[in-house]
Design a protein around this ligand. Structure first.
Ligand code: F6P
Length: 343
């Protein structure tokens, strides 16, 4: 019998509880292992803050958003003596290996830990869907559905008032949520970080559409969208513990420009954390469950330093290093496809 630890780190995401449930159910009931939950991401490993997880304590959580373990954006490598503390506390709780459920920041720490000889297995989570080496992360489908519902709702009010409506969605360096929800919701312009935008062109699309008799437009913008060089200036943002900008609110700078250049009243909705809240979709519940089962299988086999990954519809695993080497960004051909529907 082994003792397997699990933590959930980074921004929370619908489906985390489904992973925990799957790890505990298979870990305890099939393999006979004990599962120990570390609270609040890497913070709990540093502080030795744990919670014993059993099939009983992890029942009834499949459909619940958030994470029963809590999360944080703590980076143990930014903490004085962090690596040693992690080693000491894992030894103190007699942990044979740790399942790290996280996004790019949390998994990068896991990859460094693996390089230092700590027994870790990764499972990719993020609504941003920007982890390389896996086709989809859980939480993404739920976020896209929430954003698509918002676009549907904005349509009717935009039409009633003859307005341009901007919907700002999450996505720091990758515009997957913007692209998918924009396509699904029939947005008239989509702005994503991968494709720097020219505000003059955005205004042109909108004017063209209104000249053709349409009385409203929907613009979807990723929070991390970037203007093309020499076009407009956007305010800078402060950074988090991983040195990444804390975004949100870019549309408040873009909307007045659209209004000025088109003459059409332009309003903003920033969807924010609503995208990460609430119940996961059926797709995310199934995907998260598959990731949880695959992660405990890897831990059971002692396949440390690897991350579970979805390729096509097949669950597989890859070296953690491959998963964090670079971000998975929206390919140009997918943006070209979306552009067909602009204006
Ligand atoms: O990484 C997921 C994410 O939701 C990003 O899309 C967003 O930029 C960020 O987290 C927001 O983080 P926080 O909840 O810490 O403000």
């Amino acid at each position: 019998m082994a003792r397997i630890g699990i933590l959930t780190g980074g921004g929370d995401c619908p489906g985390l509880n489904a992973v925990i449930r799957a790890v505990v159910r298979k870990g305890c009931e099939v393999f006979g292992h004990a599962v120990v939950g570390f609270r609040n991401g890497w913070r709990g490993v540093l502080d030795g803050h744990v919670m014993e997880l059993t099939p009983q304590t992890s029942r009834g959580i499949l459909h619940r958003g958030g994470t029963i373990l809590g999360t944080s954006r703590t980076n143990p490598f930014q903490v004085e003596g962090g690596l040693e503390l992690v080693r000491e506390n894992l030894a103190a709780y007699r942990i044979d290996g740790l399942i790290v459920v996280g996004g790019e920041g949390t998994l990068s720490c896991a990859a460094r830990m693996a390089a230092e000889g700590v027994n870790v297995v990764g499972a990719p989570k993020t609504i941003d869907n920007d982890i390389a080496a896996t086709d989809f992360t859980f939480g993404f489908d739920t976020a896209v559905q929430i954003a698509t519902d918002a676009i549907d709702r904005l349509h009717s009010t935009a039409e009633s008032h003859n307005r341009v409506m901007m919907l700002e969605v999450m996505g720091r360096h990758a515009g997957w949520i913007g692209l998918y929800s924009g396509l699904a919701g029939g947005a008239d312009v989509i702005l994503i970080p991968e494709h720097p935008f020219d505000i003059a062109e955005v205004a042109r699309h909108i004017r063209h559409r209104h000249a053709a008799g349409h009385l409203f437009s929907i613009v979807v913008v990723s929070e991390g969208a970037v203007p093309a060089q020499g076009t407009i200036e956007l305010p800078a943002h402060e950074a988090d513990q991983f040195g990444r900008p804390r975004l949100g609110g870019i549309s408040y700078s873009i909307a007045p420009e659209i209004e000025r250049r088109t003459g059409f009243e332009t309003r903003v909705t920033v969807l924010g954390h609503v995208q990460r809240g609430g119940s996961p979709t059926a797709f995310d519940r199934v995907l998260a469950t598959r990731y949880g089962i695959a992660a405990i299988d890897l831990a059971h086999d002692g396949a440390w330093g690897r991350m579970v990954a979805l390729r096509g519809n097949t669950m597989t695993d890859v070296p953690l290093d491959d998963a964090v080497a670079e971000l998975k960004r929206v390919p140009e051909e997918l943006y070209d496809l979306a552009e067909v529907f602009f204006g």
